[in-house]
Ligand binder design. Sequence first.
Ligand code: S3P
Length: 442
Amino acid sequence: MKHTQEKKSIIVKPVNRPLKGSIRIPSDKSISHRAVMLGALTNGIVEISNFSAGADCRSTLGIFQALGVEVEYKSDKNIILSSKNGLRESIDCLDAGNSGTTTRLMAGLLSGQNFYSVITGDQSLRSRPMARVIKPLKQMGASIWARESDTKAPISIKGTQLTGITYESPMASAQIKSSLLFAGLFASGKTVINEPYKSRDHSEKMLSYLGANLVDSGNTVEISASNLQPKPLIIPGDISSAAFFIVAACIVPDSEIIIQDVGLNPTRTGIVDVMREMGADIEILDLKTQCGEEVGDIKVKFSDLKGITISGDMIPRIIDEIPVIAVAASQATGTTIIKNAEDLRNKESDRIKTVCNELSKFGVDITETPDGFIISGKTNLKGKNVLECYHDHRIAMSCYIAGLISDNPNEINEFHWVNISFPEFVDTVNKLLNKGELIYGK
Ligand code: S3P
């Protein structure tokens, strides 16, 4: 199993012109993972259109190939899954790469199969907490173990008959909820999950779309054993990738851009709400529903931003966007406070620490707190920094966006981490710098 990639550092030069034009961003990572996982459980043929080309979703796809699912590429992003004979035991460990979502959701799904599996991944993944899914899965009767007293991958699972439970989740986490929902598909009786706040509900939407016995009442979701029906799945653009461009357009003077075909599920649109509260000029155009998910275009213009406080039920709705929101906060007048976001310390990197480290290098007035940070703006960003990614794609892209408005070029080490979710990131920035045209509608 190899987890090394070619190590690349890049130079980001400050821009001397606005971002203009229309872009498409990568397919939603969360929905792409679920499309493969649930598509493979239909025991049929499922076409997935606009599947994510990022490394994380390729890891999920590779795991299902190892479990006996046939994958045919119609084109780079359109695939056909065939799982007519169900899943079978893999002859090797399952490699989740850098993907926590793959690992935690697969832990639930594999706990209910009639075979043995081991899931592992790269160095960053093997240091991330897994007890959050292992503990409730054990309560469902799963035979599941992991390194360091059942807390760290590799995780080994001897599939067995599960029993439904009612679980009070200690945090709003779609990964915990989805892991238990996927286990619940194979359990006797009902599996009920209560969350303190609602986390992203892509699993619920896709399970309902494919015909599962599921009741979603907001912070409580209930599932029982179900046969899923094969249906085509279309993946929208990823609002977490769009977030880098929403912020970039707000902070690069005179910018005006449209981001097309972005997933606008309300459990994910916190970035739009937060940026609007900070004063951003954002419009949603052409809103429609596709495979149970809202999709539309986002128009953003350069705006005067002001600092705000972000906490509570907003946190799960922006959990992956906080690093780039911190970049926006550095350009906002006044103080921005992010609190109740302690789980940021358990992402691909400790994002409270890594955001503070890297933004401090630009001269941003940022203070780390146990559950977030405090930023006082507005700061003219200083360049000539050597920035680090910490094995974290979202830190890599946040540094790049800050680099666009700093007073001198910056070097970003190991920028290849961007490939986890957004291989075409730099090309997309360059397209907007080359005076693209604004495209309304399709
Ligand atoms: C995800 C859920 C979130 C998010 C992650 C993807 C998912 O994690 O940070 O990038 O697809 O379910 P938590 O559910 O642990 O907050």
